[in-house]
Design a protein around this ligand. Structure first.
Ligand SMILES: NC(=O)c1ccc[n+]([C@@H]2O[C@H](COP(=O)([O-])OP(=O)(O)OC[C@H]3O[C@@H](n4cnc5c(N)ncnc54)[C@H](OP(=O)(O)O)[C@@H]3O)[C@@H](O)[C@H]2O)c1
Length: 280
């Protein structure tokens, strides 16, 4: 049997870094990419998606996780041309070359390809993004669907970990008895970084393409999530002081139906307590 040789593209980000750790812990010896010159070395190689498309990956790679992206909603909204060039044009160009080389591709997408008017959107539901980030992801998805079995589109809900800036600030403030002000009317369906990585790796192992959903088990407001986090850590819940979110578009629901992940990959959506306990 051919040895599994993974490549994590964009390994310094939240998902890429946990994927490298997860793969390494499972003995896979992944290659990875960075756009920070100082981090190049060993199995970490340089890639800036905006550079000319002549980049070559190491020989023998069997699967690629394409995590490099302008992943901030604000940078997509306020700089649509540059973000689209990276997130759509360059990303698709690279993925097409990887697929042509027989490499199985995992493309992380998002619940924001949907409007969020209903909970637990299904894989086959019509996409209806309401912001530029969602439109860019939807655009890549549409192209990748033509590649069928060798490309997996993995729609993830919010990945929470202690390296996520919002959670990092909450932990720091609550830990020093400072109040925090999470949104009372904005929801997330959180998954832990470890679960997100495990799901992506399992999908790559199965080499089954098409659309996959990786979601928390339900929607919860940021305020309720913060309260549960404070409670679990033994801090006073009175420090969690909810506020109304600013008046811009955000989805009412973010959860995704992830029956396929459960049935074909054997991974059930994590419950809230499980997700919170993985934040260390
Ligand atoms: N985190 C979530 O909750 C979540 C949920 C759903 C989907 N996703 C998707 O998962 C993927 C990874 O997300 P993430 O949270 O890990 O994002 P992230 O933390 O912002 O990481 C993105 C990585 O891409 C790199 N990058 C940006 N522009 C690049 C370029 N031109 N060339 C090469 N690398 C570039 C960044 O490099 P630097 O570190 O040097 O800036 C960074 O390491 C994204 O496609 C995102 O949309 C994430």
């Amino acid at each position: 049997m051919k040895k599994n040789v993974p490549l994590v593209i964009g390994a310094d980000g939240q998902l890429g870094s946990i994927l490298v750790s997860f793969l390494t812990a499972s003995g896979a010896e992944p290659w990875s990419t960075t756009r920070r010159e100082t981090l190049v070395g060993g199995k970490k190689i340089f890639l800036d998606l905006i550079a000319p498309a002549t980049w070559e990956w190491p020989a023998g790679v069997t699967s690629a996780f394409v995590c490099a992206a302008q992943a901030s909603l604000a940078s997509c909204e306020y700089n649509p041309e540059l973000s689209r060039e990276i997130n759509v044009v360059r990303t698709l160009g690279l993925i097409e070359r990887l697929l042509a080389d027989g490499i199985f591709v995992v493309f992380p997408s998002t619940n924001l390809v949907f409007s969020g008017n209903t909970p637990f959107a299904r894989e086959e539901a019509q996409t209806s993004p309401f912001n530029e980030y969602g439109r860019q992801k939807s655009c890549v998805e549409e192209e990748l669907r033509k590649f069928g079995k060798n490309a997996a589109i993995v729609r993830l809900t919010k990945i929470v970990s202690s390296s996520m800036p919002l959670v990092k600030n909450w932990l720091s403030d609550l830990g020093s008895s400072q109040p925090i002000h999470p949104f009372a009317d904005m929801s997330l369906a959180p998954v832990s970084a470890r679960f997100a990585a495990e799901a992506c790796c399992r999908i790559a192992e199965l080499r089954k393409g098409g659309i996959w959903h990786v979601s928390g088990s339900r929607d919860i407001t940021y305020a309720d999530f913060a309260s549960r986090l404070a409670e679990e850590k033994g801090w006073s819940k009175s420090l969690v002081q909810p506020v109304k979110a600013p008046d811009y578009d955000f989805p009412r629901f973010t959860s995704l139906d992830s029956v396929r992940l459960q049935q074909e990959a054997g991974l059930a959506s994590p419950d809230l307590l499980h997700v919170i306990r993985e934040i260390v």
